[in-house]
Design a protein around this ligand. Structure first.
Ligand code: C2E
Ligand code: MG
Ligand code: MG
Ligand code: MG
Length: 283
């Protein structure tokens, strides 16, 4: 406790009084209304098949356009939403919006792309999102083949029975599941081998961080581990062609990163896709 002098005399300073915390409380209140006020939007980032160089799918990444503060990163507001049930509302909005986009692209050249949505482990605990995804599948038959759900690995989450059960249900419904940010959350190998998932996403800190060079043997090991478990691998954070080539040599199947495209709005993504294919054909 640090003592602070103010005009009214000494007060005790508690961590919850920090400017940062107070600001997050304000943001939380504003986030509650953000859905209704139409301030949320999904951006899309391509995932490339390294062998064929074709676009295999894309990841939907959430953006909050705050009327005064401008665009706020999900890295800022998702943790705030996770402190309360707000994350469930956001999760359902993200799923609904992803489904809407998949259906909108259905009859276009983007019709064969799979769209990945991020889910927070916090959402899987209560199971509401599982019920929601059950309903989605009834209203949109076959949607499970065109969607993927990314769940971030964090300490011990997959040993939680409720999380495991939720993943099992989603898997049984046919949804494809991927572990996001793999390598940062200390998953135990015994759980990893039992998870009903299809894909690991290697965290970008391994690919483009300051230790990227010394990480090469680690990346190779992760890819081999994934393949042993019959999972395929997406490398995140590809910023240079050399990284893509290197990962392909290591048998990594898919790549995602600024080298191909930053996350962009759906209409821009469609334009990007057209140009990318022209370039592929002209080579
Ligand atoms: P993530 O799911 O691992 O998403 C990848 C993040 O890396 C994105 O940040 C993306 O913009 C960024 N990225 C992609 N390629 C590169 C690259 O080449 N270099 C660098 N430096 N960065 C790259 P973003 O969009 O800020 O999202 C941050 C995190 O927020 C996501 O990490 C995910 O955990 C979370 N998030 C985003 N959207 C949602 C959502 O709809 N629901 C939930 N629950 N979480 C979300
Ligand atoms: Mg992700
Ligand atoms: Mg990630
Ligand atoms: Mg992440």
């Amino acid at each position: 406790h640090a003592k602070q002098q103010t005009e009214g005399g000494p007060v005790w300073f508690e961590p919850w009084m920090s400017a940062e915390y107070l600001e997050s409380v304000v943001l939380e209140g504003e986030l509650r209304d953000a859905i209704e006020k139409n301030e949320l939007q999904l951006f899309y980032q391509p995932q490339i098949n390294l062998a064929t160089r074709q676009v295999d799918g894309c990841e939907a990444l959430l953006r909050w356009f705050h009327p005064e503060r401008g665009m706020i990163s999900p890295a800022v507001f998702i943790p705030i939403a996770e402190r309360s049930m707000l994350i469930e509302e956001i999760g359902m909005w993200v799923v609904a919006e992803t489904v809407r986009q998949v259906e909108a692209w259905k009859e276009t050249e983007l019709g064969s792309l799979r769209v990945s949505a991020n889910l927070s482990v916090k959402e899987l605990v209560s199971g509401r999102i599982v019920d929601y995804l059950t309903g989605v599948r009834e209203i949109h038959p076959g949607i499970e083949d065109r969607m993927e759900l990314e769940i971030t690995e964090s300490f011990g989450v997959f040993s939680d029975g409720r999380v495991f059960e939720a993943l099992q249900k989603l898997h049984q419904m046919g949804y494809r599941l991927a572990i996001d940010d793999f390598g940062t959350g200390y998953s135990s190998l015994s759980y990893l081998s039992r998870l009903p998932i299809q894909r690991l996403k290697i965290d970008r800190s391994f690919i483009s961080g300051p230790d990227a060079c010394s990480n090469a043997p680690l990346i190779e090991t992760i890819i081999k581990l994934a393949h042993t478990l019959k999972y395929d691998v997406v490398a995140e954070g590809i910023e240079e062609l050399e990284q893509a080539n290197h990962l392909q040599q290591l048998d990594c199947e898919y790549a995602q990163g600024f080298y191909y495209s930053r996350p962009i709005p759906a209409d821009e993504f469609r334009v990007w896709y057209g140009k990318y294919h022209e370039t592929l054909l002209s080579e």
